[in-house]
Design a protein around this ligand. Sequence first.
Ligand code: SAM
Length: 426
Amino acid sequence: MNLRALAAKVVFQVLEKGISLSVALPDQQRHLESGKDKALLAELSYGVMRHLPQLDKQVSDCISKPLKGKQRIVHQLLLVGCYQLYFTRIPSHAAISETAEACRQLKFEGMVKVVNGVLRNIQRQEKPLSTDNDTLAHNTPAWIIKRLKAAYPDNWQHVIEQSHQRPPMWLRNNQQSQTRDEYLTALTDANVEATAGSSNDAILLTSPRDVMQLPGFETGAASVQDGAAQWAATLLAPQGEERVLDACAAPGGKTCHLLELAPNIKLVAVDNDAKRLERVQQNLDRLSLEAELIHGDAANIDSWWQGDKFDRILLDAPCSATGVIRRHPDIKWLRKNNDIEELASLQSQIFDHCWQWLKPGGTLLYATCSILPQENKDQVSAFLQRTPDATLVPITQQANPSDIGWQILPGQENMDGFYYARLVKD
Ligand SMILES: C[S@@+](CC[C@H](N)C(=O)[O-])C[C@H]1O[C@@H](n2cnc3c(N)ncnc32)[C@H](O)[C@@H]1O
């Protein structure tokens, strides 16, 4: 099937069915043979997600009657067409004819002329994309803008701008295989340009690569993980044969890092999503690591754990993922304003419950990939208020030692947006 038709299907799956881009895209990429075509499909799908309000406005302004019901996919195809005209170097005549052909393949023969006409109109008018309101100017829903304005009154625009950048590719060196310097040398020898990041194992690639081009990837010499996410294991700092709980573990990036840092710990990795838990096992297998995997609820540990309390707990809580919009632009359209209060309530339940399973003197690291205070500093602040045996231990990297936790903003040192707070039990 024509690549534009596949792109329209991806956009349709995300916007109409609420399926995430990371599931919908690979599902359609399967139908393409060449790496180049797969990359173009990704570019068109991600591009539409990044610029949705502006593309939507342009298309809606050029169409006489809104496309509804079954015809919605033709609207999504027009977004794909419009994206090509504004944001790619594909010659307009090719973009338009390929998109019209896609309409035929999607079995909307009768609308081929409409698609052709709308796209030709957009091309002829050469109208700049609208910036008439905040949503259009920032390609971000109003509720996110409102929350970011409140949280970051001086730099909310910068935060949004960074959330629209193309994210770099980060690697995590496997300390059990070689030192980071040795791996950097191996990368240079393989003609892969890279630099060291601020945490111990982090490596930033100058440009993204297929993992199969990375030396020793298949045998576990390195893993793909953002620089911000790599701080989790370092900040929790597991030691010797400690008992460690990874409370929301899937797909297991941090689980594996904890074991690479301290291979003798007894690690219990839990997630309430059985399918995602399978990915933890796959990641452990590639790196030849072992952990006890449990399909269970981190807000009800008593129901699946009869063993000792834990020396350290990583609580990488389910969250809005507003810190990783640059990697997952569909988050802007899949998340809703009401989700934030619901997530905050779930986070506090899991937080309270995990705390009961921490030994006195033990450390809990609370983490999210959110940039909203409700899920981060407000959450930890409320926890400290209701938990007399909890003490916050400042993180050296915090801008201000008196801050509640360390908020990393998207783009800071090229990293994703992330939040960490480290607590010790009396
Ligand atoms: C931010 S992700 C974890 C990412 C993971 N730590 C990593 O580094 O690969 C949050 C995870 O929490 C899981 N989750 C959500 N609610 C949960 C609950 N009540 N108990 C256990 N896991 C839960 C989700 O399935 C999701 O996999």
